[in-house]
Design a protein around this ligand. Structure first.
Ligand SMILES: [Zn+2]
Length: 282
């Protein structure tokens, strides 16, 4: 145990810097979708970095290896400003579509690319599309990751990932053993993409930012009042949140959080390491 009992509320701002990789992985590699990814690098990331500086908040950027190889100076700049870099695959591969050897290779390739660009090796992982394979958690432990941030088994509290769970079709679920890998849970509610990622096919994704602010602010207020010491993990994408009215909404949210006592902004790795120190040894 440390002397630090922790703040009333943690806030982890996270940004998935998918750039072009998520479009290429989905075979949407014609010029217009690619330009949506490029926008994230040219406009989104600089705007996000400026907002983070303005609020003196350190954040976590989950960076596919392809983004690090394509925009190495930008990724180095994220690290230079004190933000954490996390692994997000190489070409935004959805883990549950990969065999174990391929998954192991793309995660390693992603870490190698980030290390080449910024000189740091990621300790946290976020699954593209939040769809882990049955092998993912073992691979992350083998490759020395401290935490995963892809599961939804809690909202504002960290927990240990288990190994060896079995889902039977004809009887009760079998829970495996807890491991040293920490889960920092996420949810679509606290993600900008479902609200704002416009799809021409479904005509969805142009939600007014004021509605999203209301949801995010109420989630935060609930946590602040009823889950002391909770961790508010918000997932955003520079190519989505980088539009002007959405940046203004994000800044309104940050002002709202900053106005409450005992709110600490931190990288996900800082919170994961703090949480580990608080846990009694097994
Ligand atoms: Zn992503």
């Amino acid at each position: 145990m440390t002397d630090d009992n922790g703040p009333r509320a943690w806030v982890c701002l996270s940004f998935d810097f998918d750039a072009m990789s998520s479009w290429i992985f989905r075979d949407m590699d014609s010029p217009t979708p690619l330009s949506r990814g490029e926008y994230g690098a040219r406009v989104g990331v600089p705007r996000v970095l400026e907002t983070l500086d303005r609020f003196e908040a350190k954040a976590t950027f989950f960076v596919p290896g392809h983004s690090a190889d394509t925009w190495p100076a930008l990724v180095a700049e994220m690290a230079r400003r004190g933000h954490e870099l996390g692994n997000h695959g190489y070409m935004h591969e959805v883990p549950n579509t990969l065999d174990a050897d391929t998954e192991r290779a793309v995660i390693r390739r992603g870490s190698d690319a980030i290390e080449r660009a910024a000189g740091v090796r990621p300790r946290g992982f976020r699954s593209p599309s939040w769809d882990l394979s049955p092998n993912s958690l073992d691979i992350l432990r083998d490759q020395g990751f401290v935490y995963d941030s892809s599961l939804m088994g809690d909202d504002f509290s960290l927990y240990r990932c288990r190994a060896g769970d079995v889902a039977h079709k004809d009887r009760a679920y079998t829970f495996g053993q807890e491991t040293d890998l920490i889960e920092m849970p996420v949810h679509w509610i606290l993600d900008d993409a479902p609200y704002f990622q416009y799809s021409y096919q479904t005509r969805t994704g142009l939600t007014p930012a004021s509605q999203v602010l209301e949801i995010w602010q109420d989630e935060f207020d609930f946590m602040y009042d009823r889950v002391p010491g909770g961790v508010f993990t918000l997932t955003m994408h520079p190519q989505i949140i980088g539009r002007g009215h959405r940046i203004l909404m994000l800044e309104r949210l940050l002002r709202h959080m900053r106005a409450r006592a005992g709110v600490r902004f931190a990288t996900q790795l800082e919170v994961a390491e703090w949480w580990l120190q608080q846990q009694p040894r097994h």
